[in-house]
Structure formats: C-alpha cells, structure tokens
Design a protein around this ligand. Structure first.
Ligand SMILES: NC(=O)c1ccc[n+]([C@@H]2O[C@H](COP(=O)([O-])OP(=O)(O)OC[C@H]3O[C@@H](n4cnc5c(N)ncnc54)[C@H](O)[C@@H]3O)[C@@H](O)[C@H]2O)c1
Ligand SMILES: [Zn+2]
Ligand SMILES: [Zn+2]
Length: 365
C-alpha cells in the first residue's frame, strides 16, 4: 500500500462506551438523572454489576447538602444495592456472569493489615468508596473493585429489598450500636434517633434479649414504627426533657446502653446524661460539629464510649438471619420507585417526616 493509499483509509472509529442512566451529583443542591458511560473492568479484581435494586441513604442527603466535600462534581451517588454480575475481571474467582449479588457499602481488599483485623472500613485500598470517591449504585451498572470481598452471593429468587437493607443500615446498626454497646440479656437500652439506622439497631438489639428498649425521637410516626418493631418505651422529646423522661422510666438509674443514632451534639448530650454507672455509650451518628464530653462528671462512672465506622463484617451473619426469616429488614421499606424515577424518590426521601418515609427502594428489571 502506498502512502497516499493509506491516507485514503478512514481511521477506525474509537470504541464508544455504551451509555447508561445514572443519578449524578453536581455540587451542593444539584443532582440529575443523565447519560453516563457504562462502567468497564479496570482492574483484574473488578466486577461490573447490573443494578436491580438500589436505595437512598441519609448520607446521600448529607452529600447533596454539601456536608461531604470529598464527593466530586459528576460523581454517581449510592452505596447500597443488589444486582446481577455482568462481567468479572480475570482475577475474580467465585463470581460469574449472572450471579445475584449483594453490594456492600464498604469496599475491602481482604488482604491489607486493616482487613486482616476485620476493620474493612479502613481498608488501605477500599473503605467507603462507592458513591463517594468512585461511582456508586444509583445507576444501571456499577463497577465494584475488590469484587471477591465486596460482593456477597445471594440465592436465586432472594428477596432483593430485604437484602438491599444489608448493604449499609443493618450492619451499621448492629456493629456500631449493638456490638459496640455490648447489649446483653436483661439490659436497658436507649436508642436516640428512630431513623433507618436507629430502627435497624432496635431490630438487631433484640438478638440479645434486652429487658427494655427505649426509643427517643421527635417524629411521632417513626416512634410508632419503633413501637411496632419491639420498642418497649417511646420518648417523644429531645434535650433535657428526653433525659428527664428516660430517667423517670428507669427509676432514676439510667440505661445500660445508650446508642446515639442522630449525629448532633444535642443527642450525644442526651446519651451521656442517661447512661448508668458501668454503662456504654455507642456512638453511631456521623458528627460534623464538636460535642461537649462531660468527663468531669463521667470519669468516676465506669462508662465506656465507643465510635465506629461500619465494617460490614457482620454481613454474612445478617444474611443467614434474613434467609431464615428471623430478621425482616424489609419492614423498613416504605416507598418503591422505578430506578428511572430516582429524582422523585429523592424528593420523597428528602421530606421523610412529611412523607412518612423510612427506606425508599429503587427497582430496575
Ligand atoms: N457510623 C457509621 O458507620 C454510619 C453509617 C451510616 C450512617 N451513619 C449515621 O447514622 C445517623 C443516623 O442515620 P439515619 O439514616 O437513621 O438518619 P435519619 O436522619 O433518617 O434519622 C435521624 C433521626 O433522628 C431524629 N432526630 C433529629 N434530631 C433529633 C433530636 N434533637 N432528638 C431526638 N431525635 C432527633 C430524626 O427525627 C430522625 O428520625 C446519621 O448521622 C448517619 O449519617 C453512621
Ligand atoms: Zn449509608
Ligand atoms: Zn484491605
């Protein structure tokens, strides 16, 4: 072929990534449902998953308020969901195209020092990445790094809504609230905050047969739900009123475990004022402001204070309980939308009190 002939051959068009639809963050207060390229395998340890069930988390609302500056403009949101494996990288053993999988909100390599300790949340090449530092699950497809340790295979025909609650809220309530709070048979437990996380704490605390489960919130509807899910006392108050009421309910003794499931100084303060000597304060809430720790009073009370970013180490155990019907996380699902109606779903979830919303599920075929 002569040089002039070569010039006549048109260049091959660049392979265009197939488009998909996704919910994209565009800075504080701005989100849109738009076309994005379909994710592809980048590392041998990746999988691409077609999302069949996703949800919206309170943390997504925090991102949209601009509270999480590490989320870049253009990021696809979402860190919860269930889907079907579309493609796997060459190093992924144990998963293949067509497998139904639960996507963990925490990505973990399973090999680094933190992963070896079961602290997946601090994985050297993972942690909370999805819908944060990499594209997330509120899309038709999502790329999952470290697929072998970040995905869990589900039985065919599994209740996808129930399992989608195990991506984040149930491991969070159980690990950060119940395990860190060391809930024991006969304990009096107060959970401050009856949102999805507080309610997941309420359901999983019952594995250990506490004697009393006191739920504190300002939202009468959420408290009513808590009542139907096993709370023994409902306190519709905050601040000193809530403290007074909890102390009254415990004959002045206070509670063995106080779980903070809101993430503001006022509710942390309630916890430190209602904890009994020898008790535990298990902080779950994400705090953006400093709190005032009353160490001058608590130092002699033998109190334990714990904090934790969810590790999702309890996911396999929670999956067994869902599979057997002993745990029914689907009770927290109040609204269902098609994935294409995710903009509407955000409007409903963003007005949770008015809409009486707890978990909003997004479905795709
Ligand atoms: N530690 C972790 O790994 C982790 C993981 C996920 C979420 N979180 C955090 O857990 C917290 C709870 O999450 P959620 O999705 O259930 O949140 P949510 O906003 O849906 O629920 C919070 C609840 O607190 C109640 N509340 C607000 N102010 C109150 C007050 N002054 N007194 C009493 N109740 C009050 C609200 O009515 C609401 O029901 C958030 O801070 C979230 O960011 C932590
Ligand atoms: Zn979340
Ligand atoms: Zn790791």
């Amino acid at each position: 072929m002569t040089q002039s002939e070569a010039l006549l051959i048109p260049p091959k068009p660049k392979a265009q990534a197939a488009p998909m639809k996704a919910l994209v963050y565009h800075g504080p207060g701005r989100r849109s449902w738009e076309d994005k390229p379909r994710p592809v395998i980048r590392e041998a340890t990746d999988a691409v998953v077609r999302v069949t069930t996703a949800t919206i988390c309170g943390t997504d609302l925090h991102i949209l308020k601009g509270d999480v500056p590490t989320v870049a403009d253009g990021r696809i949101l979402g860190h919860e969901g269930v889907g079907v494996v579309e493609e796997t990288g060459s190093a992924v053993a144990g998963f293949e195209r067509g497998d139904l999988v639960l996507i963990s909100c925490i990505t973990s390599c399973g090999k680094c020092d933190f992963c070896k300790k079961g602290m997946y949340s601090h994985c050297r090449s993972g942690g909370w990445n999805l819908g944060h530092t990499i594209d997330g699950t509120q899309a038709e497809y999502v790329r999952i790094p470290h697929a072998e340790t970040s995905l869990y295979r589900l039985p065919r025909g599994a209740d996808q809504e129930a399992f989608a609650m195990l991506s984040d809220i149930f491991p969070t309530g159980f690990e950060c609230g119940v395990l860190n709070g060391q809930v024991k048979p006969g304990d009096t437990v107060a959970i401050v905050g009856a949102g999805p996380i507080g309610l997941a704490t309420l359901l999983t605390a019952q594995f250990y047969s506490p004697a009393e489960l006191v739920m504190v919130d300002l939202d009468a509807n959420r408290l009513a739900v808590a009542g139907s899910l096993g709370a023994t006392q409902l306190v519709e108050a905050t601040g000193l009123k809530a403290v007074e009421r909890v102390l009254e309910l415990t004959a002045g003794a206070g509670v063995d475990v106080a779980v903070e499931a809101v993430g503001i100084p006022a509710t942390f303060d309630v916890c430190q004022k209602i904890v009994a000597p020898g008790g535990r304060i298990a902080n779950v809430g994400v705090h953006g402001k400093p709190v005032s720790l009353e160490l001058e009073r608590l130092w002699a009370h033998n109190v334990t204070l714990t904090t934790r970013l969810v590790d999702t180490v309890s996911t396999p155990m929670l999956m067994k309980l869902v599979q057997s019907g002993r745990l029914r996380p689907q009770k927290l699902v109040t609204h269902r939308f098609g994935l294409g109606d995710v903009m509407k779903a955000y409007d409903v979830f963003g007005n949770a009190a008015r809409e009486q919303a707890l978990k909003v599920v997004l479905k795709s075929q």
